[in-house]
Design a protein around this ligand. Sequence first.
Ligand code: SF4
Length: 428
Amino acid sequence: MGSSNLAHAETIKPRPTDLQLVALNGMFDEKDGLSVLRHALDGEVSGASIAMVSSFGADSSVLLHMVAQINPHQEVLFLETGKHFAETLEYIEIIKKQLGLTNVRFLEPDTKDVERFDPKGNLWETDPDSCCHIRKTEPLDAALKNYGGWVTGRKRFQTNDRGVLPHFELTTDERVKVNPLAYWDNEDVRAYREAHDLPAHPLFLKGFLSIGCAPCTSMVKDGEDPRSGRWRGKDKTECGIHFDVSGKIAHPTVEIGQKAMNLFKDGAFVADPWRDLKDGEALTDLDHVHIPLKTYVEQRAVIDANPRDLGLILVPGDDVDALGEDAQRFASISVAFPTFTDGRGYSYARLLRERYGYKGELRAHGDILTDQVAYLLRCGFDALTVVNEATRKALEDNNLGEVSIFMQPIGASAEVPVGTRPFLRRAK
Ligand code: SF4
């Protein structure tokens, strides 16, 4: 069978068995990428054609050069997310011309999805998993419907997560992922590029070792993991189409629209752009990360040097007065309510709002009962991350009940608490 694009007319035959894949992986020498690719594109791996997908990134020229040797008319799929560097789009034209590739197909996101979920074009910032889902996973999923699998440029050395990558992987949706360069390292790639005089991506020459969408790609420093420039500062290392070695083309575990909708703000649950600092995580390059007060006190100089939006975590026992007006440095402060009986968080909120004039987001996080919500809002909280299911349901249903009287005054309100009304004062 030749390597033409047969996929759309074919009926998919059953995928190879686990045992067949083990045998297949055993058949190929560790670095024989061209043989692996030829075997895949010639239809020898799966009952249906294997698609060629390329990011036209830093290392892509190697695989594309191999494709051109096997069949320059092979369809090459490119995910045009609408967020690429101009240099990447220029590079596609350079590569096409130099290698004689005639069939590069752009896969674009559904415009209705973009309008609905990313009307401002900043979903990459607030919810990058969902952004990748509508711009990459969905378009690729649709394009690969009738293929038996696809080729990737992934390599073992790129990250620890990819350390066990084989040439051929079974996916749980009855397909095969082919990784011809799985065993290659930087030196192999460099030597191949040099031997075949392949043009480098313009940004590679400027220190971008792994190149994806512009908002989510940054330069890599000496000694850093080559992919550390992707989604820097965010809790994300993969775009969702390569989530795990054995997984299918990944979909978020929950539907978009519910994904990470844990933050209750302005009357609705929304995607939470923030996460908490992980144990042992480096403090440089963080973005939208809540940092414990203790860490802030110990590493203030490093944290204050970061110009991005950072948040703070306050737990019962923290000294808010010691923080004082430095609270303004944080775009969000998350106050922990480990149990509903611990009310210290209310005092923290009032101190921050009333004594120190804190204007940023103030969120209550934890075991919060329905009846507490009104009091939290009254003390200055304007966001909630609720773990109590009943409270979450009440918030969703707007069924919180009304609190008509308050026994204690608050400074930031015109309310007159019970017991301080004029007639009661006169009765004293
Ligand atoms: S890499 Fe960034 S901009 Fe591109 S689709 Fe993913 S989140 Fe969006």
